[in-house]
Design a protein around this ligand. Structure first.
Ligand code: DC
Length: 232
């Protein structure tokens, strides 16, 4: 399945800091990165552009199967997402709250999850992969060397997300965002296929009182205890 390539799975709810932590941990290890949430966001965006109703399972599965997407890096090291034959930069478009909601909806469609399974596993290339998502440890990479379930209180997650979006010009209130996050969490945790939950062998890390650097160091220490060491 994942062959001999070691995988570090980082799962958790929205706003737990998974994206930032996964990117920084991948950098420190010199490993590849899979942002699986981006794949669901892209499927939702491309589906909505094609005029698909949110519950069109076959249509969205088709989009997922034929997704022409490339991941790259911006000059500041953050992720860049290019879509289609003309390599349209859709990085900002998939990061909106609307795209997140759409992603949560299409992610509940079993055919979409099935269509994205192998594509996600193909990200596992030497020397290793940090996989960020909701079901990395439970479904996609069950034999990951280390499974982290990163969480934080819902108030703290809403606050972090609000700050992140405000920096990008989002004008909504913290209360609206809290409600949206709660709605998204409930859908992700209660869907019948691959619901958001910690794998039985995952280590739960509560980042509520921690800064980014402390979480990265903690995850690297846990990885070190499994024989995974930073490069250099
Ligand atoms: O991590 P994110 O906010 O970019 O994820 C967007 C949505 O995609 C999230 O609401 C749930 C879904 N998702 C999923 O179901 N499985 C994954 N492995 C990653 C994301």
């Amino acid at each position: 399945m994942t062959g001999a390539v070691p995988v570090l799975a980082i799962d958790g709810p929205s706003g737990s800091g998974k994206g930032t932590i996964s990117r920084l941990v991948a950098e420190r290890l010199g490993w590849q990165l899979l942002d699986s949430g981006a794949l669901y966001r892209i499927v939702a965006l491309v589906g909505s552009r094609a005029g698909l109703p949110p519950d069109d399972a076959a249509g969205h599965a088709d989009v997922a199967r034929t997704l022409d997407v490339r991941f790259g890096s911006q000059t500041d090291g953050s992720e860049q997402v290019l879509w289609g034959p003309e390599a349209e930069d859709i990085t900002a478009l998939i990061r909106t709250e609307e795209a997140g909601m759409g992603a949560s909806r299409v992610a509940a469609i079993p055919e979409v999850r099935a269509a994205l399974l192998q594509r996600q596993r193909d990200f596992a290339r030497a020397p290793g992969l940090v996989a960020d998502g909701r079901d990395m440890g439970t479904v996609v990479f069950p034999s990951a060397v280390l499974k982290i379930f990163l969480t934080a209180s819902s108030e703290e997650r809403a606050r972090r997300r609000h700050k992140q979006l405000k920096d990008k010009g989002y004008g909504g209130s913290l209360a609206d965002l809290s409600r949206e996050i709660a709605e998204r969490d409930a859908r992700d945790a209660n869907r019948p296929v691959s619901p958001l939950r910690a794998a039985d062998d995952a280590l739960v890390v509560d980042s509520t009182p921690m800064g980014i650097a402390a979480v990265v160091d903690h995850v690297l220490a846990l990885a070190g205890s499994r024989g995974v060491l930073p490069r250099g």
